[in-house]
Ligand binder design. Structure first.
Ligand SMILES: [Zn+2]
Ligand SMILES: [Zn+2]
Length: 395
């Protein structure tokens, strides 16, 4: 049969002729109907040799659906010809995590050395695919497997998010889906299907009019130390780390001091003042601009082009005095936490990988950390309470 295989790291995959696998006891052979191509496939192909614990070659494709072709010995409850989706992450099936259907968190992941079909083991970009255990099959009934394959990944991710929020989605509440792309459009449909929410709000590129006090010019030494409202004072700073092999990683954090929301964690090998400006421009378009922006005297922050642009945007720059990091207490404690909970415990394979991990930590920080200074709310909850939902546009 034909199979699209990864044969060398950082090499294009190849269409090869390989034998049709034979299912052993407990295994199931699927005739592939659809196999989704995902951005993760590009990442997998991109990693340098030695970064992933997978042995080559293997067939790509981790979003799969098809029809049962052959049942291995001992498999019951299924018929040849049944339409099925294949659950993506393959754990051991026996540890506590696997038994809660959380195979992505399998306790024996290191021992297994592969994350699933298309991720270290042969996946679905082939005519047939071997599924190691019938527990990984999801019955499709009348659905056509050819259209269903992406549900096993692109829809499963938002489904997981929607499902964990379901208890909060009582009648009269709203769900906000930001970014209606490959996963987000699934989130909108899932919310409609499984929750009783009355309205779905959507960001359409409109920025909210924010209430701001009348603008007053202030000189540096009268800039208030404590932020009085959202978008009053933002603080931004760099923190350094390294990716695998010791290559430098520079991380830019941007925080709203009043709500404690982490607005951005951007990273790269080198972030110049032009890159900092790019990050700020995106944040201004999305959240509005702060009245004051606080930083230390790093060369990227005091660059004339950046400070001039900030002034033109109406954001006053305030540089803390050299040797007095205490003037940026919140930024300091945020970085300590970022270091403890993320940088010190994650091994980054690449800048791209660091970006994904930092973004998920940033989200977690804003949506899960309770702050005593915010009355034991999370930054996101506290920020939401400051806003006027009427300014959003109905989907
Ligand atoms: Zn995927
Ligand atoms: Zn397991």
């Amino acid at each position: 049969m034909k199979a699209y295989q990864l044969v060398g790291w950082q090499q294009p995959a190849e269409l090869r002729d390989v034998p049709v696998p034979e299912p052993g006891p407990g295994e199931v052979l699927i005739k592939v109907g659809g196999a989704g191509a995902c951005h993760s496939d590009l990442h997998v192909m991109d990693w340098p040799a030695g970064t992933l614990p997978y042995e080559l070659p293997f067939t790509l494709g981790h979003e799969n659906a098809g029809w049962i072709e052959v049942l291995g010995a001992g498999v019951s409850g299924w018929q040849t010809g049944d339409a099925v989706a294949v659950y993506g992450p393959w754990g051991c099936g026996r540890c506590a995590a696997c038994r809660q259907a959380r195979e992505t968190l399998c306790e024996r992941a290191a021992e297994i050395g592969a994350a699933g079909g298309g991720l270290g083991r042969d996946g679905g970009m082939a005519e047939y695919m071997l599924v190691p255990n019938a527990r990984l099959l999801v019955p499709l009934g009348e659905l056509d497997p050819r259209g269903v394959a992406p549900l096993s990944d692109a829809a499963l991710t938002p489904y997981h998010a929607v499902k964990s929020a379901l208890l909060l989605l009582s009648p009269g509440t709203w769900a906000l889906v930001i970014g209606v792309g490959g996963l987000g459009h699934m989130a909108v449909q899932l919310l409609r299907a499984v929750s009783p929410i009355e309205r779905i709000w959507r960001e359409q590129g409109f920025t909210q009019p924010l209430k701001r006090p009348k603008k007053k010019r202030r000189t540096g030494d009268t800039v208030p130390v404590a932020a009085q409202h959202q978008n009053h004072v933002w603080t931004y700073d760099f923190i350094f780390d390294a990716t695998a092999g010791g290559k430098r990683l520079k991380v830019l954090s941007v925080l709203d001091e009043f709500t404690r929301v982490a607005l951005a964690l951007a990273c790269g090998r080198s972030l110049t003042s032009a890159a900092v400006k790019g990050v700020l421009a995106r944040l201004f378009a999305r959240h509005g601009r702060p009245l004051v922006i606080r930083s230390d005297n790093g060369p990227e922050f005091i660059a004339f082009e950046l400070t001039e642009w900030l002034e033109a945007q109406g954001a006053e720059t305030h540089h803390i005095e050299p040797g007095k990091p205490g003037q940026n207490g919140f930024g300091e404690s945020f970085h300590a936490r970022l270091r403890d909970e993320c940088l010190n415990c994650e091994e980054f394979w690449s800048v791209e990988h660091a970006r994904v991990v930092l973004e998920s930590w940033r989200h977690e920080y804003s949506t899960e950390h309770l702050h005593s200074s915010l009355g034991y709310a999370t930054p996101a909850e506290f920020a939401a309470a400051q806003r006027r939902p009427a300014a959003l546009v109905s989907a």
